[in-house]
Design a protein around this ligand. Structure first.
Ligand SMILES: [Zn+2]
Length: 101
């Protein structure tokens, strides 16, 4: 019954994704999954707990990525984006100059 669900395009790769009113510029999950830290090292991002919070781990050895955990700045194909905790849980990646949090 989601045939008329509004969609929008990922600002990075142009893939269709469900439209988010809160995060209209959010990237699609496929792009978010390719995030690296500013040194180019692959990361995985998590909520700290059910009540929220945000942390990033290095995908290769599972150690915490202090840089992304602290400032949320990630690279996808060399373009800098801002990642963080989404309002209702989960992770959202947006253009770094997005006014939305
Ligand atoms: Zn995308």
């Amino acid at each position: 019954m989601n045939d008329d669900q509004p969609t929008t395009l990922c600002p990075h790769d142009g893939a269709p994704r469900p439209r988010s009113h809160r995060y209209p510029q959010a990237l699609c999950n496929a792009c978010g999954d390719r995030s690296t830290d500013l040194a180019g090292r692959p990361i995985e991002m998590y909520n700290v707990s059910m009540s929220g919070g945000f942390k990033a781990l290095h995908a290769d050895d599972g150690t915490q990525c202090d840089q992304v955990t602290a400032d949320g700045q990630v690279l996808i194909d060399g373009v800098r984006y801002r990642a963080g905790e989404a309002y209702m849980g989960g992770i959202v990646v947006q253009p770094k100059d997005s006014p939305h949090r």
